[in-house]
Design a protein around this ligand. Structure first.
Ligand SMILES: C[S@@+](CC[C@H](N)C(=O)[O-])C[C@H]1O[C@@H](n2cnc3c(N)ncnc32)[C@H](O)[C@@H]1O
Length: 193
């Protein structure tokens, strides 16, 4: 199932709305991370810069074949080769693969979805103990130029509550300001008991 209100505006416009280097710096996306998984490649706005920063492989999922194809095309043009592309429904099928096999899972601009706790739990499943689930979302502010409708847009405190409900994710630091329009969080996967 395509997650609600997860369609994209035109690519060039979308990419004026995000300061990608700042976002990745502030979320600690760097060479200390090896293998990473991303839900929703979209146009590859984050996929390419993340792949360039990490030391392993980025696996990116999107339910829309055209999004994955656009991301693949941009990566080829940029000479980025450490990406695995998957067209699949993560809501229905999860991320597949081995549990606890990734250093981080990226849920960017998607937590206004149906059943966010279920999605966070699936993200936590694929992340190794002490690995990270990183989230960004549109500010809870109707003045943002895009973003899901306010009725379903998560407030930061909702994101924290949902992560706590998984019982395996701990807040790894304060909320991160990601100007101009976003905020973010890093949650750490608890060590196995
Ligand atoms: C709002 S966009 C965000 C894309 C990217 N994360 C970004 O911030 O630029 C959400 C993306 O998730 C994809 N998507 C929606 N439902 C999905 C699902 N069930 N499984 C995988 N991808 C999904 C959409 O096709 C879309 O490309």
């Amino acid at each position: 199932m395509k997650l609600r209100e997860s369609g994209m505006p035109e690519e060039a416009y979308w990419e004026t709305l995000l300061d990608v280097p700042l976002i990745l710096d502030r979320l600690g996306i760097n060479r200390e991370l090896q293998d990473v998984v991303e839900l929703g490649s979209g146009y590859g706005t984050f996929t390419l810069p993340v792949a360039k920063r990490i030391s392993g492989v980025l696996t990116t999922f999107d339910i829309e074949p055209a999004m994955v194809e656009r991301t693949r095309q941009r990566a080829a043009q940029a000479g980025v080769s450490n990406v695995i592309y998957v067209v699949d429904d993560v809501f229905a099928n999860g991320f597949g693969g081995e549990p606890a096999s990734k250093d981080a899972c990226l849920l960017f601009n998607i937590l206004h979805c149906e059943q966010p706790v279920r999605l966070l739990a699936e993200a936590a499943r694929v992340v190794r103990p002490a690995g990270f689930v990183c989230i960004i979302h549109w500010r809870y502010d109707s003045a943002t130029p895009r973003g899901p409708s306010m009725e379903i847009r998560p407030r930061p405190e909702h994101v924290i509550e949902w992560a706590q409900q998984t019982k395996v994710l701990d807040l790894a630091g304060p909320m991160v300001d990601l100007p101009p329009w976003h905020y973010g969080f890093r949650f750490r996967r608890q060590a196995a008991p």
